[in-house]
Design a binder for this molecule. Structure first.
Ligand SMILES: NC(=O)c1ccc[n+]([C@@H]2O[C@H](COP(=O)([O-])OP(=O)(O)OC[C@H]3O[C@@H](n4cnc5c(N)ncnc54)[C@H](O)[C@@H]3O)[C@@H](O)[C@H]2O)c1
Ligand SMILES: O=C(O)C(=O)C[C@@H](O)[C@H](O)[C@H](O)COP(=O)(O)O
Ligand SMILES: [Zn+2]
Length: 360
């Protein structure tokens, strides 16, 4: 089993990565948490697949489960309150543990609950989508959406452990696998040209049943995220680069009611929009912009959005972005593959026009 450390002094934690690792990790946990309260938060389908092996190993603990409806539209404060109520009714104490078993929606929502229940209890992330393994389970951004904007209510709250068992990919729908690849491609663009080239060279072999390759890209992605987060946990500066593609992507997700695009798909389109902005202000070159579009298309991701989606709404939503400083939008823009810049003073008229006329 591979182990990757997220180095954050007293908040440091391990990411365990391997195939079929859940039973052993759960057995160790059962010894540590004998007799203690644990809540497992999950979705129906995921719990059916992977809940039993957890429950079977945790028989010595005092377990409750909360199964939440599936979908980004349920990553809400209301749903968080529902989980909190269940824990209060079960008389959960501060030494209880929360386990988030699911994709990024479960992880963000359940992690947020862990961060506020009695001012914070321990939690473990068991990510089950590619996206959650490479991104959302690591780094401690936990949040719920508001109808007006993405992730507007949340905390920075690190898990105690992350368990990545690649076997979960076998049941993952194709569309979710592709959505996860968007965040992997993001790491290539923002940090690691070698990873980017590797993805290009292996684009046709990047299938979810190729577990060796999957583990390789998950490992590299987690290592990049761990490095960035350990340098800037609370996004004072560097961590903002992990938001490449998200300024436009989040605006698109909110404009479509959180149920049209998968997060990774919106990020794919957002990366192309950010790329185009970089081109227009002379920061990037057309060859690399084309390369990015080609790779996204090759792995089956969208790079454009249909005309029914309100461009005005996308523009308006930009102003709820959390990177805003001094009332100014901040964009993460590519300079070259493997390197981005945090850009503060983009002319807003260029942004407005880009959205109005956007064609990939
Ligand atoms: N906190 C962070 O740093 C961070 C990073 C990236 C994304 N996010 C958030 O993550 C969310 C998106 O997460 P997601 O893409 O994982 O989507 P998701 O959690 O909605 O999961 C996608 C779908 O896949 C199903 N599923 C999950 N695992 C499965 C499996 N192994 N087998 C079969 N079906 C499975 C789920 O039930 C769901 O229908 C967004 O809310 C996004 O904002 C957070
Ligand atoms: O971990 C981060 O930092 C990221 O930006 C990772 C993103 O992929 C992720 O979608 C995150 O939830 C976005 O955060 P937000 O602060 O823009 O809501
Ligand atoms: Zn993201």
């Amino acid at each position: 089993m591979e182990q990757i450390k997220v180095d954050l002094q007293e908040r440091s934690y391990p990411i365990y990565l391997g195939e079929n690792i859940i039973p052993k990790l759960a057995r160790d946990l059962a010894t540590k948490y004998e007799g203690r309260q644990i809540i497992i938060v999950s979705n129906d389908e995921i719990f059916t697949y992977y809940g039993k092996e957890l429950l079977d190993e945790l028989t010595s603990c005092d377990i409750i489960t909360e199964i939440i409806p599936t979908g980004e539209e349920y990553k809400t404060f209301h749903m968080a309150e529902q989980i909190l109520s269940k824990m209060i009714r079960a008389r959960f104490n501060r030494d209880a543990l929360l386990i988030a078993l699911g994709g990024g929606v479960v992880g963000d929502l359940a992690g947020f609950v862990a961060s506020i229940y009695q001012r914070g209890i321990d939690f473990i992330q068991i990510p089950t989508t590619l996206l959650a393994t490479v991104d959302s389970s690591v780094g401690g951004k936990v949040a719920v959406n508001h109808t007006l904007g993405k992730n507007l209510i949340g905390s920075f709250y690190q898990p105690k452990e992350v368990w990545i068992d690649v076997k979960v990919l076998h049941t993952l729908p194709e569309r979710e696998w592709k959505a996860g690849l968007a965040e992997v491609i993001k790491y290539g663009v923002i940090w690691d040209k070698e990873l980017y080239e590797f993805l290009e060279e292996n684009s046709t072999d990047l299938t979810k049943d190729n577990l060796n390759l999957a583990q390789k890209i998950i490992s590299r992605s987690c290592r990049i995220k761990a490095e960035v987060v350990s340098k800037d946990e609370r996004e004072e500066n560097l961590r903002a680069i992990l938001n490449f593609g998200h300024t436009f992507g989040h605006a698109l997700e909110s404009a479509t009611g959180y149920n049209y695009y998968r997060h990774g798909e919106a990020v794919a389109i957002g990366m192309v929009m950010a790329g185009k902005l970089a081109l227009e202000i002379g920061m990037w070159n057309i060859n690399e912009y084309q390369k990015l579009k080609n790779l996204l298309v090759k792995v089956g991701l969208p790079i454009d959005f249909p005309s029914e989606i309100s461009r005005e709404q996308i523009y308006t939503n930009l102003f709820l972005d959390k990177k805003i400083k001094d009332k100014k939008l901040i964009f993460i823009l590519p300079q070259s593959l493997g390197q981005v810049e945090i850009v503060k003073n983009v002319n807003i008229e260029i942004v407005k026009e880009l959205i109005q006329k956007f064609r990939a």
